[in-house]
Ligand binder design. Structure first.
Ligand code: SF4
Length: 179
């Protein structure tokens, strides 16, 4: 089985800011018996809790900050330091790919709205957790769930995951001999 991380809300866990989920039945059904899922919710796991105030990404100069939509409470550091440890744990767990929730300020990969200080959408970028993931593991296959709706794209992604897994297991140091 391929061990693939997934945004926990896509796996059906009720971890969204409003206590809901966004279970992706088509994806989970398509890869049943092929994939061992590793669900991760960066916002719930970093201590923001569920339910919670929704957050957004705001650009201040060259810095991207994660702020509460109404309170503007900042959780940038909280998320960034959580991401470092959680990504290390995922490497340790041997994931070979990651499916991420589109447009999320934590999980989106290129589709997340970035706001200016006045609250206008400037452009799109990546969520803070996803950006840290891609920076740490640039070769790891990552995709948003919306990019995997098509069966051909799903199969191509799975091939990339298999290739990553082959490379990962052939370059891992051998286990010490048992005595
Ligand atoms: S998109 Fe990411 S941070 Fe948001 S609920 Fe889903 S797993 Fe959690």
């Amino acid at each position: 089985m391929l061990r693939i991380a997934i945004s926990a809300c896509l796996f059906g866990e009720r971890v969204r800011y409003n206590g809901g989920h966004r279970r992706d039945d088509a994806l989970l059904d398509a890869w049943r018996g092929i994939v061992e899922w590793v669900p991760v919710c960066p916002e719930a796991e970093c201590g923001m809790g569920t339910p919670r105030e929704p957050v957004r990404l705001v650009r201040t100069g060259s810095r991207i900050r994660m702020l509460g939509v109404d309170s503007r409470n900042e959780v940038t550091q909280q998320m960034e330091s959580f991401a470092r440890g959680r990504i290390d744990a995922l490497v340790e767990a041997g994931i070979c790919a990651y499916v991420l929730k589109a447009r999320s300020p934590s999980c989106g990969v290129g589709s997340t709205p970035l706001f200016d200080a006045e609250g206008n959408t400037e452009r799109t970028g990546s969520g803070l957790f996803a950006a840290a993931l891609v920076a740490r593991l640039p070769d790891l296959p990552v995709a948003e769930e919306e990019g995997l709706a098509d069966p051909h794209q799903r199969e191509a992604f799975l091939e990339r995951a298999r290739a990553f897994e082959r490379a990962r297991t052939t370059t891992s140091p051998p286990s010490p001999p048992s005595r």
